[in-house]
Design a protein around this ligand. Structure first.
Ligand code: THU
Length: 160
């Protein structure tokens, strides 16, 4: 028997149809991308997060000569949020990535597998969904309403 999982996502051709707060987050992810430290991959990623208390946090990827010691933009921002606002829910996460050399040739960059796992952990911790928006430099944006859409069959604490 073959079973099927399908996901829904919203697609925005550009940022015009975003709400004001979404535009703010989108622009912050974009400007944060420019501050990324990515001398090895030259793939710059920016992230912006909205918390329930109205705080907005940004982050970007931080690489290292010992490659696995680096960290993605999403986790830079999420860990800052959890470290500084441990009891405040994350509502929205925007991520935007593009190579320095290949600016306009990418489909919207979704969170990597490790970041999906981390986002899932915080959805479980806060018992509510985190809306995830991923974009490219042409301002195309995809939105899912929860990490569940990007990470079906999630491993979580219930298996331990
Ligand atoms: N990267 C992110 O920051 N977020 C992702 O979701 C995908 C990958 C970073 C990690 C590394 O610094 C560079 O992009 C190339 O993989």
């Amino acid at each position: 028997m073959t079973k099927n999982i399908s996901i829904d996502y919203d697609y925005f051709e550009n940022s015009n149809n975003l709400s004001e707060i979404e535009k703010t987050l989108f622009n912050l992810a974009k400007s944060s991308r420019l501050k990324a430290y990515a001398p090895y991959s030259k793939f710059l990623v920016g992230c912006a997060i909205l918390l329930e208390n109205g705080e907005i946090i940004s982050g970007n990827n931080q690489e290292n000569a010992a490659y696995p010691s680096g960290i993605c933009a999403e986790r830079t921002a999420i860990f800052y949020a959890s470290a500084n606002f441990p009891d405040v829910k994350i509502l929205k996460l925007f991520v935007l990535g593009a190579s320095l050399e290949n600016l306009n040739k990418a489909v919207p960059t979704p969170p990597c597998g490790a970041c999906r796992q981390v986002i899932s952990e915080y959805e479980n911790k806060q018992s509510s969904e985190i809306e995830i928006y991923f974009a490219n430099m042409d301002d195309e944006i995809c939105k899912v309403k929860s990490i569940r859409s990007l990470l079906p069959f999630t491993f979580d604490a219930s298996f331990l």
